[in-house]
Ligand binder design. Structure first.
Ligand code: FAD
Length: 357
């Protein structure tokens, strides 16, 4: 039986490997680092959607119902905008995913892959043209992230904070805090690549100026920095010379918020299904992912046009319980395929002209 070779032991590569092995294929994963999870800082990420139930739904879709995972769901979210500072008790239920260390999603996927007989080679020198699936993560920077992990903070441990200020996260991007299970807290700022040289400065300005950070960091000690970048595009094809590109190696990411984990899981599953079913990968991922991706491009076009003013307005109306214009815009995009297509194409054009999302 031909061995299927996968480059990269991140979320997308491991998902593809497990699904192939469960379907009787012989699989080997080649990872450049010395173990899984080393490509990511020890951190905690939020899974898109409505809490743990949505995470489980995606796992089921990805043939991963037997994956072990901690039940780490947070219901409280504090949102800080120019005119609002409000805590919602059950607005977005965030499912928190540990990354890059023991008990992380990568480690648990790795253990499952080994259970199904997937072989691994670490410190590999293999190149893309030697493999069947390329799962090597972002290879260029469209969005940058800078943050820090602190201990001894007084942030509430049952809450995440989202901060929407263009002054610190220009063009409608955002900052957030996430509590770690050991009591540490990470603060992250996301922005377009143009601001990468200023990323640290903008972060420091925000934590020094904003009350929501200042008070909770009074006696805190900085442990380490987190930096990274995201590769986002709407790929014309994810197949090059017969190789299948998955996750961020393909640019399959969420251009609105950077929620890439579910796309990594889903694209890994779809690529492996295309091998198992001998169907064309491009047809399959476009059918499954294109609507959600296009929606995020369309929404990013609107958000970058108005900046975080739109988030401020959205929250003000949410508090008042009035007819929410943000929800109206979102619904009109979802319900009208022509509007969706136009805004999606405008965002692609904007990226061509300005060089950024
Ligand atoms: C700071 C930060 C915060 C984030 N927060 C969130 C969040 O809150 N929620 C969310 O959903 N998403 C988040 N993301 C995005 C998410 O992490 C990615 O979209 C997701 O990890 C992509 O998975 P992947 O498998 O495509 O790539 P990766 O997870 O990057 O895995 C790629 C793997 O390939 C290996 N590799 C690289 N090059 C080679 C090579 N040449 N040969 C062999 N192996 C190679 C790497 O070492 C790594 O193990 C965040 C990203 C960053 C940087």
């Amino acid at each position: 039986m031909k061995e299927i070779k996968i480059l990269g032991a991140g979320i997308s590569g491991l998902t593809a490997a497990i699904n192939l092995a469960k379907n009787g294929k012989s699989v080997k994963v080649f990872e450049i680092k010395s173990c899984v999870g080393k490509g990511t800082h020890p951190s905690v990420n939020a899974f898109v959607g409505n809490g743990i139930a949505y995470f489980e739904e995606i796992l089921k879709k990805c043939n991963l119902s037997d994956l072990e995972y901690p039940k780490n769901e947070i219901k409280k979210i504090r949102i800080v905008t120019k005119n609002n500072d409000v805590v919602f008790d059950d607005y977005v239920k965030s499912y928190l995913v540990t990354r890059g260390k023991k008990n992380s999603i990568e480690y648990n996927l790795y253990n499952l892959a080994k259970k199904y007989g997937v072989e691994f080679e670490f410190n590999t020198k293999l190149k893309e043209h030697d493999v069947d699936i390329v799962a090597t993560g972002p290879n260029k920077s469209d969005v940058v992230v800078y943050g820090r992990v602190y201990k001894n903070t007084s942030f509430p441990k049952d809450q995440i904070i989202v901060v929407r200020f263009d002054k610190y996260s220009p063009n409608g991007w955002y900052m957030y805090t996430v509590p770690h299970e050991n009591g540490n807290v990470e603060i992250i700022n996301c922005m377009a690549t143009r601001h990468s040289n200023n990323a640290k400065k903008l972060f420091i300005k925000a934590i020094e100026e904003l009350e929501c950070f200042k008070t909770s960091l009074e006696n805190a000690e900085q442990l380490y920095e987190i930096s990274g970048f995201g590769n986002v595009k709407y790929p014309k094809t994810c197949v090059i010379d017969g190789r299948l590109y998955v996750g961020e190696a393909a640019g399959i990411q969420d251009v609105l918020y950077g929620y890439g984990m579910h796309y990594a899981l889903l694209s890994g599953k779809i690529a492996s299904d295309s091998i198992i079913l001998e169907k064309h990968y491009d047809d399959m991922w476009k059918k499954e992912l294109s609507f959600e991706m296009k929606k995020s491009f369309a929404m990013r076009f609107i958000v970058s046009l108005f900046g975080n003013k739109i988030a401020d307005m959205y929250i003000t109306q949410k508090i008042r319980g009035s007819n929410n214009i943000g929800e109206k815009i979102e619904n009109s995009i979802i319900n009208n395929k022509y509007i969706l297509e136009v805004l999606f194409r405008l965002e692609l054009l904007k990226k061509k002209i300005t060089g950024e999302w």
